[in-house]
Design a protein around this ligand. Structure first.
Ligand code: MN
Ligand code: MN
Length: 305
């Protein structure tokens, strides 16, 4: 492929493309694997191990969000939850190569009555990809996505947005809302975005609320830790995941088993790391999502996933 980007070095582009190809392949495989009754932890672990087998690293824990759960559910250790009958299953995965991240998601529809909801999320993503180009007002982008969703009789989730991606950062500041909003923010040539419309039914609230559950964490700035096991755990996280999100499942064996819970709680309490709450549709309605990672190029955008 011709590199028309002056803003993105050739080496970085190659790594984004490699991450994007792996994310694409894993997403397409998982689409065929997810079925009713399957253990959610098996979906998470299968996704993450496929990413590694293909030479990438997970950029964040695989999210498996069912029905009214819009985002941020990943299995805790020994999770017993399974995929319910006739559900909507959003599999959202991230791959990084040397910190260059590709973020993608698909909704697997196990309920024939919700097929239009899923195809609307896909159509909205298609519209978003069509609209994206350098110097585009994010407000115009939001309007176009919102119109696509409403014209099909559904509702966008107004408080979940696409986001700028940068090296080792999944949410690098700028956002791409999926509804009209007042803003002077614009896209720029060479930027990488995760583009992700979320759609719910017409009688949904059209927004999410945070639940009290959280299974995904991220290390915050450095703090000295007195407790030897808390320090050992923080050092392990810093070395292996840096500033990227992680799951408790990923920490097996890094401190003695009987010391883990105390060390983990201490790090949370001392605000050494933050927890991402699970997001739920505020009226409890099902949510569909579709996501690609794109690069803004001269005449539009290039889908990497
Ligand atoms: Mn995602
Ligand atoms: Mn994303």
């Amino acid at each position: 492929m011709v590199n028309r980007m002056k803003e993105l070095p050739e080496d970085a582009l190659k790594k984004y493309q490699r991450a994007g190809k792996i994310a694409h392949d894993v997403r397409e495989s998982m689409k065929k694997i997810v079925h009713e009754g399957m253990r959610i932890i098996d979906i998470c672990e299968k996704t993450e191990s496929m990413i590694k087998e293909k030479g990438g690293r997970p950029a964040f824990p695989c999210n498996v969000s069912v029905n009214e759960i819009a985002a941020h559910y990943t299995s805790p250790p020994k999770d017993k939850r399974t995929i319910p009958e006739r559900s909507l299953v959003k599999v959202d995965l991230g791959v990084h190569i040397d910190g260059y991240i590709a973020d993608t998601a698909v909704t697997v529809c196990l309920n024939p009555e919700l097929e239009n909801l899923v195809s609307t999320a896909e159509a909205a993503l298609e519209k978003a990809v069509e609209a994206l180009r350098p110097w585009l007002f994010t407000s115009r982008f939001g309007s176009a996505v919102e119109k696509t969703i409403k014209s099909r009789g559904f509702k966008p989730i107004s408080n979940l947005t696409g986001h700028l991606i940068s090296r080792y950062s999944v949410h690098a500041g700028k956002s791409l809302p999926n509804v009209f909003h007042i803003s002077t923010s614009r896209t720029s040539l060479g930027e990488i975005y995760g583009v992700e419309p979320f759609v719910t039914l017409a009688d949904g609230a059209g927004k999410i609320r945070s639940s009290s559950d959280a299974y995904i964490y991220r290390l915050l700035r450095h703090k000295s830790q007195k407790d030897v096991y808390a320090k050992q755990l923080a050092d392990y996280i810093e070395k292996n995941f840096g500033s990227l999100p992680f799951a408790e499942r990923w920490l097996k064996g890094c401190v003695p088993h009987d010391r883990f819970d105390a060390a983990f709680s201490q790090l949370l309490l001392s605000k050494r790391f933050m927890a991402y709450p699970v997001f739920v549709e505020a009226n409890g309605k099902p949510v569909a999502q579709a996501e690609h990672t794109v690069l803004i190029v001269k005449d539009g955008c290039l889908v990497l996933t």
